[in-house]
Design a protein around this ligand. Structure first.
Ligand SMILES: NC(=O)c1ccc[n+]([C@@H]2O[C@H](COP(=O)([O-])OP(=O)(O)OC[C@H]3O[C@@H](n4cnc5c(N)ncnc54)[C@H](OP(=O)(O)O)[C@@H]3O)[C@@H](O)[C@H]2O)c1
Length: 357
C-alpha cells in the first residue's frame, strides 16, 4: 500500500515531489533519459524543486541534456547538477558513465532508470558475448542491467550510511510488456513471432497491428520483450537484495513503473497508423500531461511507505500504475520467479559480467 490512496492518473509529479519532500531534500538522485519532450524532463524538474543535494542527469544526446539542465538551473539555481553522457546501447559508455558518477558521489539514494526506446525498425545488436539481440532489448534491458549493477556499491553506501538508511531503484516499464514474453530462444526476433517455445509466444489475442512486421521485424513485440525484462529484472534484483543479509542490501527497494500514456518522443519513429494506435492505448483517449506522466515514477522513488512493500517475499510484484501498486495489471509472463531468475543468469552471460549477488 502506498501512502496516498487518493493519488491517481491525474496526480502530478510536482505534487508527489512536494508531498515526499523529505525523501528528496539533501539526497543524491540519478535519473536517466533526459530530454525536453520526455518524462525525464518533468521527473527532474519536480525533483529539483525539493532541494536534492546532487541531481545527476544521464542521457545520450548532449544538446538535449544541456537544454534540460539550463531549465533546471534557471528555475532552481541552488541545485548541484551533474550531466553524464550515457548510451545504454554501448556497454563501454555504460561503464564510463557509472565510473564518472562513482568519481563524483559517495552514495546514491535514488536511481531512476527512465531512459528507453521504442522503434519499429530492426536495430540488430551484439552483446559482449557475441549473441545477437534486438536493439530495444539491448538498450532497455541489457544496458540497464549493467548500469544498475555498476551503481550498486553507491546504493549500498546510501543504505548503510545516509540519514534515512535506505535506497531505491525504479525501472520504467510499460503496459506494453503484455505484448511479449522474453524470447530466450530468439532475443533478436529472427524467427516468426510464434515459432518459439510456448512460454515465449505472444498472446493470440494481441491486435493484429501489434504483430506488424517491418522488414521481418515486429517492433512492438521487441518493445514488449524489453519492457517485460524491466519488470523481471526489478523483481529478481529485489529478491536477491533482500536475501543478502549484508552490505545494507535488505534496505534497498526496487520497483517497476508504468507511467501511463504520455505524448513524448517515444513514438517518434512510428508512422501515422502507429501513432494513432498508441493514442488508443490511453484510457478513454486521455493522454497524461508530462507532469502527470512522471507522478507514478516519483511515488515509486520517494514514498517511504513503499519500504514496507514485500517485493522479495512475493507479497507484491512491486509494479505501479497511476501512483498505486497494481500487481493485477502485470502479465503472467512477467511474474514468474523462475523466469526472473533465468533472465538474470542469461543476462549475466550476455554481458560476460557477474553481479555477485
Ligand atoms: N510515453 C509513454 O506513453 C510511455 C508509456 C509507457 C512507458 N514509457 C516509458 O517511459 C520511459 C521514458 O519514455 P518517454 O516517453 O519519456 O520517451 P522519450 O521522450 O523518447 O524519452 C526517452 C529518453 O531516453 C533517452 N534514451 C534513449 N535511448 C537511450 C540510450 N541508448 N542511452 C541513454 N538514453 C537513451 C532519450 O534520449 P534521446 O532523446 O537522445 O533519444 C530520451 O531522453 C521509457 O522507458 C518508456 O519505455 C513511456
Amino acid at each position: 500500500m502506498a501512502t496516498h490512496a487518493d493519488y491517481n492518473a491525474q496526480t502530478t509529479a510536482t505534487e508527489v515531489a512536494a508531498a515526499f519532500a523529505d525523501s528528496v531534500k539533501g539526497k543524491n538522485i540519478v535519473v536517466t533519459g533526459i530530454s525536453p519532450a520526455s518524462i525525464g524532463y518533468t521527473t527532474v524538474m519536480a525533483l529539483a524543486a525539493q532541494a536534492p543535494a546532487n541531481l545527476v542527469l544521464a542521457s545520450r544526446t548532449k544538446s538535449k541534456l544541456d537544454a534540460v539542465a539550463d531549465d533546471v538551473r534557471k528555475a532552481h539555481p541552488d541545485v548541484q547538477l551533474h550531466l553524464v553522457p550515457l548510451d545504454l546501447a554501448d556497454m563501454a559508455s555504460v561503464r564510463a558513465a557509472a565510473a564518472s558518477i562513482t568519481g563524483k558521489l559517495d552514495h546514491i539514494d535514488v536511481l531512476i532508470n527512465n531512459a528507453g526506446i521504442s522503434t519499429p525498425e530492426r536495430l540488430a545488436a551484439k552483446t559482449p558475448n557475441g549473441t545477437e539481440v534486438d536493439g530495444q532489448f539491448l538498450t532497455n534491458h541489457v544496458g540497464v542491467f549493467l548500469w544498475t549493477a555498476l551503481l550498486l556499491p553507491l546504493l549500498r553506501a546510501a543504505a548503510t550510511s545516509s540519514a534515512s538508511g535506505t535506497a531505491r531503484i525504479v525501472n520504467l516499464t510499460s503496459q506494453g510488456h503484455h505484448l511479449s514474453p522474453v524470447r530466450f530462444s530468439d532475443y533478436s526476433f529472427r524467427r516468426d513471432p510464434y515459432d518459439v517455445p510456448e512460454d515465449e509466444k505472444p498472446r493470440q489475442e494481441i491486435p493484429a497491428f501489434f504483430l506488424r512486421l517491418n522488414d521481418g521485424y515486429p517492433g512492438f513485440l521487441g518493445y514488449g520483450q524489453s519492457k517485460t525484462a524491466n519488470i523481471l529484472h526489478a523483481t529478481e534484483l529485489a529478491r536477491r537484495l533482500k536475501s543478502n543479509q549484508k552490505d545494507g542490501d535488505t534496505r534497498i527497494s526496487v520497483f517497476s513503473v508504468h507511467p501511463g500514456t504520455i505524448e513524448t518522443e517515444l513514438s517518434r519513429s512510428l508512422d501515422q497508423e502507429g501513432q494513432e494506435t498508441i493514442a488508443k492505448t490511453a484510457p478513454a483517449g486521455l493522454w497524461k500531461t508530462q507532469d502527470q506522466g512522471a507522478a507514478t515514477t516519483l511515488v515509486a522513488a520517494l514514498d517511504p511507505k513503499l519500504n514496507e512493500a514485500d517485493v522479495a517475499g512475493g507479497a507484491t510484484i512491486g509494479y505501479l500504475s497511476d501512483c498505486q501498486l497494481r500487481d493485477d495489471m502485470v502479465a503472467a509472463h512477467a511474474k514468474g520467479e523462475d523466469t526472473a531468475k533465468r533472465l538474470w543468469t542469461e543476462t549475466e552471460k550476455l554481458l560476460e559480467f557477474t553481479v555477485g549477488l
